[in-house]
Design a protein around this ligand. Structure first.
Ligand code: SF4
Ligand code: SF4
Length: 99
């Protein structure tokens, strides 16, 4: 259909990938802590969408809006780090999504 991007969806979480927008910069596969994306020859490949924990790092780093995710619950890595350190104000760090 003209003007509508095809979207890869799944039934496990809110992650949505729109391959038609991807410029293959590689950021999503670099920042994803769960290996959901991998670099492809011409576009990122959504490899294991069910592994997505909705941290939002891919969406935040994608320069063309090819990844959409509802990350309202926050980053799982930050929450785990906070639990381990006993702090309420811990972020995951710049290598993740920075939350
Ligand atoms: S939201 Fe986080 S876990 Fe999910 S695909 Fe993006 S970077 Fe990976
Ligand atoms: S960050 Fe966006 S543009 Fe870059 S490879 Fe991933 S989906 Fe494609």
């Amino acid at each position: 259909m003209v003007g509508v991007d095809k979207t890869d969806e799944n039934e496990v979480n809110t992650l949505r990938y729109i391959p038609g927008r991807c410029v293959n910069c590689g950021r999503c596969s670099e920042v994803c802590p769960h290996g959901v994306f991998r670099a492809g020859e011409k576009k990122a490949v959504l490899d294991e969408p069910e592994r997505c924990m909705e941290c939002g790092a891919c969406q935040m780093n994608c320069p063309v809006g090819a990844v959409l995710v509802n990350s309202g619950v926050g980053c799982a890595a930050a929450m785990i780090k906070a639990a381990l350190t006993g702090s309420k104000e811990v972020t995951c760090g710049p290598e993740c999504c920075g939350r």
